[in-house]
Design a binder for this molecule. Structure first.
Ligand SMILES: Nc1ncnc2c1ncn2[C@@H]1O[C@H](COP(=O)(O)OP(=O)(O)OP(=O)(O)O)[C@@H](O)[C@H]1O
Length: 283
């Protein structure tokens, strides 16, 4: 059964300048995420991936369409409704340097969502050790400050914070793109391990199809605000139905330098003939 259902979602922003037309960042997007599943949302920069995640979180304006969570409509949720949802849907952002308050200790960062949800301070503190353990950090990390950690360790803290309320769904918005390759690999393994242990679902946003294929059950490919392809990871990455998916696969890293050059040239040739119609005529 689907946990999250996005149906015909449109997010439109007002145009900049007096006569500029509104800009459609998300254009009739339909997709769903089932319990315990990872859906990868992949596409080039500006295709609307983050905006889809933000609309689910109530942070982007829904112009039309529906978003349902566990059967209930959430696209027009009140503040109280949103607060209740916060325990069920959490988010991990791209940049672990800006998403954690450097002036707070890790214990405070991890207790904050629990206290906000009504747990007493002592009870919230009591859960910190377990949360650190779940993301592979030592218990003495609790008394240190986020600024004392590496990018990968900070992202572990951000993941622990997202897990604090035992959510059913975590929106991961480019959670590894600010990290070096070996740290990326460790964080992706951690996310997989957490999913195996808890049955959590992920909507995993990334520009990198190589990262997405690593952990997604299904993959949606976005281009210029639209989902151009949505299918199982195997279908989308082995038998892509859309030329743009092929393009993304071609752009993912390959070891052979000759193939790399061939791919670069094909990419350049495509870019020369390709203009985003959402931007045409906009001032
Ligand atoms: N608040 C806003 N006001 C106006 N336009 C916006 C706003 N937020 C996003 N956009 C535009 O919507 C489009 C989609 O942005 P979005 O961040 O969702 O893309 P993305 O696929 O996640 O790209 P990236 O990987 O670079 O973050 C972009 O062209 C962006 O400039």
């Amino acid at each position: 059964m689907s946990l999250l259902e996005i149906e015909d979602l449109v997010v439109r922003y007002p145009g900049r300048g007096r006569r500029a037309a509104p800009f459609t960042a998300v254009d009739h997007v339909t997709l769903d995420v089932r319990k315990g599943e990872t859906v990868g949302l992949v596409g080039e920069s500006g295709s609307g991936k983050t905006t889809v995640g933000r609309a689910v979180l109530g942070l982007a304006p829904v112009s039309s369409g529906r978003i349902r969570y566990d059967g209930g409509e959430i696209h027009a949720c009140t503040r109280t409704g949103r607060r209740a949802l916060a325990a069920r849907i959490q988010v991990v952002f791209q940049d672990p340097y800006t998403s954690l308050n450097p002036a707070m200790s890790v214990a405070d960062i991890l207790s904050e969502p629990l206290v906000a949800a009504g747990a007493g301070k002592a009870r919230a503190r009591g859960r910190v050790g377990d949360l650190l353990d779940r993301v592979g950090l030592p218990s003495d990390a609790a008394d240190r400050y986020a600024r004392e950690f590496s990018g990968g360790q900070r992202q572990r803290v951000a993941i622990a914070r997202a897990l604090a309320l035992d959510p059913e769904l975590v929106i991961c918005d480019e959670p590894v793109s600010a990290l070096d390759l070996s740290t990326q690999d460790r964080i992706l393994r951690l996310l997989l391990d957490i999913q195996h242990r808890t049955g959590i679902a992920y909507l995993f946003v990334s520009h990198d199809i190589a990262v997405v294929r690593h952990l997604s059950h299904r993959v949606a490919v976005m281009r210029r605000g639209k989902v151009v392809e949505f299918g199982t990871c195997r279908q989308v990455t082995s038998e892509p139905a859309h030329g743009f998916t092929e393009e993304l696969l071609l752009a993912s890293p390959v070891a052979d330098p000759l193939r790399q050059r061939e791919r670069r040239e094909r990419r350049r040739a495509r870019r020369r003939t390709d203009v985003d119609p959402r931007r045409q005529g906009a001032s």
